[in-house]
Design a protein around this ligand. Structure first.
Ligand code: ZN
Ligand code: MN
Length: 147
């Protein structure tokens, strides 16, 4: 699932299955999301593609992300200030660690996550469908800046 080329192929297949055209812009956006280096924002993807597609608008990038999100191929990390970020590398819900200084977002590997889900289900008697789990902190480079 982490292989970017496989992720791109999976996104393309999903688009084709729903009769969506594979435009060059759409493909380029999918390729960036398949890697999701640093969990990019709409603006970051737009900036990255501006050179190759000078006539493409920010709204086009946004619309394509919304489409891929609706197909379950992109995970949206929503924040109250509207600075949403996206993960197309791992589109299923998973925990994130967010630097409050520079906005870096990384995926921690948590062995305890399955245990936590069982605990929550047991305690609340809910059928757990999904989760969002964000840890906020200060990354190593930002810690170094403060010294
Ligand atoms: Zn940082
Ligand atoms: Mn992620």
């Amino acid at each position: 699932m982490a292989d970017p080329e496989k992720r791109v192929q999976s996104i393309i297949q999903k688009l084709k299955a729903k009769a969506h055209k594979i435009t060059p812009q759409r493909l380029a956006i999918a390729k960036i999301l398949a890697v999701s280096e640093g969990h990019p924002s709409v603006e970051a993807i737009y900036e990255q593609l501006r050179g190759d597609f000078p006539t493409m608008s920010l709204a086009t990038v946004y619309r394509n992300i919304v489409l891929l999100k609706s197909l379950g191929e992109v995970l949206e990390l929503g924040f109250p200030d509207g600075s949403n970020r996206y993960d197309g590398k791992r589109p299923v819900p998973h925990p994130h660690v967010i630097c409050i200084q520079c906005g870096k977002i990384v995926d921690p590997v948590l062995d305890s996550l399955d245990e936590m889900k069982k605990e929550v289900a047991g305690e609340t008697q809910f059928t757990i469908l999904t989760h969002r789990l964000d840890f906020f902190g200060i990354c190593r480079p930002c810690q170094a800046l403060k010294k």
